[in-house]
Write a protein that binds this ligand. Structure first.
Ligand SMILES: [Zn+2]
Length: 476
């Protein structure tokens, strides 16, 4: 492909149609089913599907078949098939699977003045709003990359684009679609996933591992109704204190280290090397990107340890709570119960189901004071560790990065979870993966002030086109 023509095609597509479509997309509050149980009735998901479907059809990509697949009672999937061209070295029976999702995280609080989750705002190079970067742009960027190949009549293998609507809920609907579409997906030799992160906006970052997730709600009940704390405290144990004791079974509250051995994995030597290389490039940006309050410092002082903590070690977060009133409405009451939502990131290669079971066992065993303790697990998601990188893909990734960013590609583990990658790794053990994305420093997917860095979106789109081109001529 001609590099300049590709960059121009991609730039034109982003400016004239992707940015306007994303602007519209951000306005739709299509929260993932875990955060909107009535998603089907509300119709936001359907609006988002219609928007993306309409955009994709209007590309008029030669030979493309698009279907919105709907299995009864499940979130929909947009499925596109683009036939391969002649002139590839690998024959017709070879598929590139491009993946993204269109469901969104909930609003979250803390948006800056003038910004909001459902309010698209362009400031400089950044498009603010929920779901633009995570992961609304994926469908648009994927088809634009394919369109760039078509525009230059560049040979490419068969491409399949799959956009799901359940990712932010742990992709629990997706296995049913994978079974349903298995024959139509075909033998996948390359997976391109645009739902991941980048260490900076200066080069192409390829994700080499993802953490998994074990989650659930922990409830401690000590009374059937609240009572005057003046009369009960000292006799009735506080549900919050019992909760603290239970949480200390999971982690060392002084260091944040998770205490359960089931959650630990051996870190592969190559990944350790990559972490060191990443720290060499990013330096203190690793921790300086976060909006620290007051004099707060990182959990550890060494950057390599920080990156290992973030990508290869389990960490506990409490992401929600109930049974506790807002301070302005809180009387002196010994509350009957406390619930917290536990979100435990688990290392790549750890068995998330087993970790969840272990948490339940440890939390519910021998409750202090015989309190009523229940842990209700949510669906677990495994992490992922990339298979050994094929030489052709390593070369192609680096060439793409040099062409469109002007710098070498980098390899980095991510601390988040993309459940589909774990599923795909099992289903297509021979497939190669290019997992990348626009979630770089301060882009803050899941939090307030999420933004999409448009120049990075464009460059990544060109890089994807370039890698698909090289995939078609790779040595067999
Ligand atoms: Zn995402």
């Amino acid at each position: 492909m001609d590099q300049k023509r590709t960059a121009e095609f991609v730039d034109q597509s982003w400016q004239s149609s992707i940015v306007p479509a994303l602007t519209e997309y951000i306005r739709i509050p299509n929260k993932s089913p875990a955060y909107d149980a009535d998603w089907a009735k509300h119709g936001h998901m359907d609006r988002a599907v219609k928007l993306i479907e309409g955009w994709c059809r209007s590309r008029e990509i030669e030979g493309m078949k698009l279907e919105v697949v709907r299995l009864e009672g499940r979130t929909p999937v947009i499925f596109m098939e683009i036939p391969g061209t002649n002139g590839t070295s690998t024959g017709a029976n070879d598929t590139v699977l491009l993946y993204g999702h269109l469901d969104k995280q909930p609003e979250m609080t803390g948006w800056n003045a003038g910004l909001g989750p459902w309010e698209p705002v362009m400031k400089g190079d950044k498009l603010y709003g929920r779901g633009g970067a995570d992961d609304g742009y994926a469908a648009f960027a994927s088809l634009t990359a394919i369109g760039a190949l078509k525009a230059q009549k560049t040979p490419h293998a068969r491409c399949v684009v799959l956009i799901e609507a359940c990712e932010e809920s742990g992709s629990y609907d997706l296995p049913y679609y994978i079974d349903h579409l298995e024959k139509r997906i075909g033998p996948v030799s390359l997976v391109v996933c645009l739902d991941s992160g980048c260490g900076n906006y200066d080069q192409l970052w390829s994700t080499t591992s993802l953490r998994g997730l074990a989650a659930g709600n922990l409830t401690v009940e000590v009374l059937t109704e609240g009572v005057h704390s003046g009369s009960a405290s000292g006799i009735v144990p506080s549900s919050f204190r019992v909760m603290r004791t239970l949480l200390s079974r999971l982690e060392d509250e002084k260091t944040g280290k998770v205490l359960l051995k089931e959650f630990d994995v051996d870190i592969p030597a190559q990944r350790l090397q990559q972490v060191k290389a990443t720290c060499g490039v990013l330096g203190d940006l690793i921790w300086k990107e976060f909006p620290w309050a007051g004099g707060t410092k990182p959990m550890v002082s060494d950057n390599v340890e920080m990156m290992l903590n973030r990508t290869w070690r389990p960490t506990l977060s409490l992401v929600g709570a109930s049974g506790i009133p807002e301070p302005g409405n809180a009387g002196n009451v010994l509350r009957p119960k406390t619930t917290v939502k536990i979100s435990m990131r688990v290392p790549p290669m750890a068995d998330s189901e087993r970790c969840t079971k272990k948490m339940k066992e440890v939390l519910e065993k021998d409750p202090p004071y015989g309190a009523k303790v229940t842990f209700e697990p949510e669906s677990a998601a495994d992490g992922w560790n990339a298979p050994e990188l094929a030489p052709w893909l390593e070369a192609a990734t680096n060439r793409a990065s040099k062409s469109y960013f002007g710098k070498d590609a980098m390899y980095m583990g991510e601390g988040g979870t993309i459940p589909f990658m774990g599923m795909l790794g099992k289903k297509f053990p021979k497939a190669q993966f290019l997992i990348t994305g626009v979630l770089g420093p301060s882009s803050n997917a899941h939090g307030p002030n999420e933004f999409l860095h448009i120049p990075t979106g464009k460059k990544i789109t060109s890089c994807v086109a370039s890698v698909i081109e090289e995939h078609a001529t790779r040595p067999k």
